[in-house]
Ligand binder design. Structure first.
Ligand code: IMP
Ligand code: MG
Length: 181
């Protein structure tokens, strides 16, 4: 039986296994290989959370992607979304005329990624698609909907596979969900 994970004051229960994630990432990779068969897309990986997902996804690709990283800061506590986003690292990434694939760990309200999409769009890419490992549709407030989703999940907080609670838990191989008190 898998165990509870404890991070600071919270406990988390196993939610999506390493094997389920691997299978889903492989099929997302296959979809992207079809979609970008005659192109050489630019993957823009949103740090910090998407680093694990992006590393696995990139290794499923056969379309010679260019890979770049950016970081967006959001303000607020570690369990809720914030409407204020600010680009911290990048975009000295050249996106003009490129087929951009944004790689996110999770889209909740959509504010964070919308800020990035608006920024990239002003640099005339030839296309922009959004790939996210996790999507919480109940909290989505509009804007660019994810084009490729690993798992649609309820609004409960999750950690692991790159996602953190207070900067911890990113190294976990599976996804864990906050345990109700
Ligand atoms: P959005 O701007 O509401 O779409 O917020 C997405 C951001 O909130 C993500 O990039 C994460 O940093 C954070 N976030 C939302 N839900 C979770 C979660 O369940 N676990 C960890 N981080 C989350
Ligand atoms: Mg993130």
């Amino acid at each position: 039986m898998e165990e509870l994970i404890h991070i600071k004051d919270k406990s988390f229960v196993p939610y999506i296994s390493e094997q389920e994630i691997m299978d889903r990432v492989a099929s997302l990779g296959a979809q992207l290989n079809q979609e970008y068969a005659d192109k050489s897309p630019l993957m823009i990986v949103v740090l910090n959370g998407a680093f694990v997902f992006a590393a696995d996804l990139a290794r499923e690709l056969t379309v010679n992607p260019e890979i770049q990283f950016i970081r967006i800061s959001t303000y607020g506590d570690s369990m809720t979304s914030s409407k204020d986003a600010q680009l911290l690292l990048g975009l000295e990434v050249e996106t003009e005329g490129k087929d951009v694939i944004i790689i996110e760990d999770i889209v909740e309200t959509g504010f964070t990624v919308q800020y990035l999409i608006d920024n990239i769009r002003s640099h005339n890419p030839s296309s922009i698609k959004l790939v996210t490992l996790l999507f919480k549709p109940e909290k989505f407030e509009g804007g660019h909907k994810p084009d490729f989703v690993g798992f649609e999940i309820p609004s409960d907080f999750v950690v692991g596979y790159g996602l953190d609670y207070a900067q911890q838990g990113r190294e976990l191989k599976a996804l864990y969900q906050l345990k109700a008190d």
